[in-house]
Design a protein around this ligand. Structure first.
Ligand code: NAG
Length: 231
């Protein structure tokens, strides 16, 4: 009896030491703490979507890394985000204005007023991350951080969030600071685009060959979920 009691006490002490796994209910909650200050640099670390095809192709074909540099504008709650995408040593930059308040981001109209449906920040146990559930052409879940690398536990939590939605296993992007000579995407001429494409193409080809399992898996999943939707 005594041994049993000791065992029970030890077990309950052990379980106190372990944080309870977070439920989907918690993980799907919009962030309720004060929204983070968005200004400065962020790294886009992982992406999940309703289906794996977009994140997989993005990774296999382009192997991009993304950096966001956010500055606040004079108008309240209005920000300018410069998105720098690095692909095989080429850097392209595109800037976009948005409206941000209470953990929600909106596109803006010409008067800087919020427009359309919000991208919502969800709960995150990672102190300097934001998890954004966005609705655009495709619905996405993004993990963005001040750090280039998050811990395995932080990534696992994000994977659970994707699983809670029934979405694809997140595609993890490599993170690196943007190159200095980043070109504004709108100013890139057709010839330059062609030169970039020509330099990327052989690497793209190699990646398609080496990652064909991943692509086929994703397509197989797509076919299965397509048929499942009828039953
Ligand atoms: C937004 O930031 C980009 C990059 O820094 C800059 O080129 C652009 O002029 C800014 N847009 C506005 C409206 O200030």
């Amino acid at each position: 009896m005594r041994t049993f009691c000791v065992a029970v006490i030890v077990l309950s002490l052990l379980s106190v030491g372990q944080p309870a796994p977070l439920t989907c209910e918690t993980l799907m909650k919009p962030r309720d703490t004060e929204g983070p200050d968005l200004t400065g640099r962020w790294f886009f670390l992982a992406l999940s979507a309703e289906h794996c095809i977009a994140p997989t192709l993005l990774d296999v074909l382009l192997r991009p890394s993304f950096v966001f540099d956010v500055t606040s504008m004079d108008a309240p709650n209005v920000y300018n985000s410069s998105i720098k995408i690095t692909i095989d040593g080429h850097c392209l930059e595109q800037s976009e204005m948005f409206f941000y308040k209470d953990n929600q981001m909106f596109e803006v109209d010409s008067n800087n007023a919020a427009l359309g449906k919000a991208d919502v920040f969800l709960y995150s146990g990672c102190p300097d991350c934001i998890v954004v559930k966005g609705t655009d052409i495709i619905d996405t879940l993004m993990l963005i951080s001040r750090r280039k690398v998050v811990t395995a536990a932080e990534l696992a939590e994000f994977e659970t969030q994707a699983r809670c939605l029934g979405w694809s296993t997140p595609q993890v992007f490599k993170a690196e600071h943007a190159l200095e000579n980043c070109k504004v995407a709108d100013d890139v001429s057709d010839e330059e685009t062609l030169t970039i494409m020509q330099s990327i193409y052989p690497k793209m080809y190699d990646r398609v060959i080496s990652m064909h399992d991943k692509i086929i898996n994703c397509i197989a999943n797509l076919v299965v979920s397509f048929f499942n939707s009828f039953f």
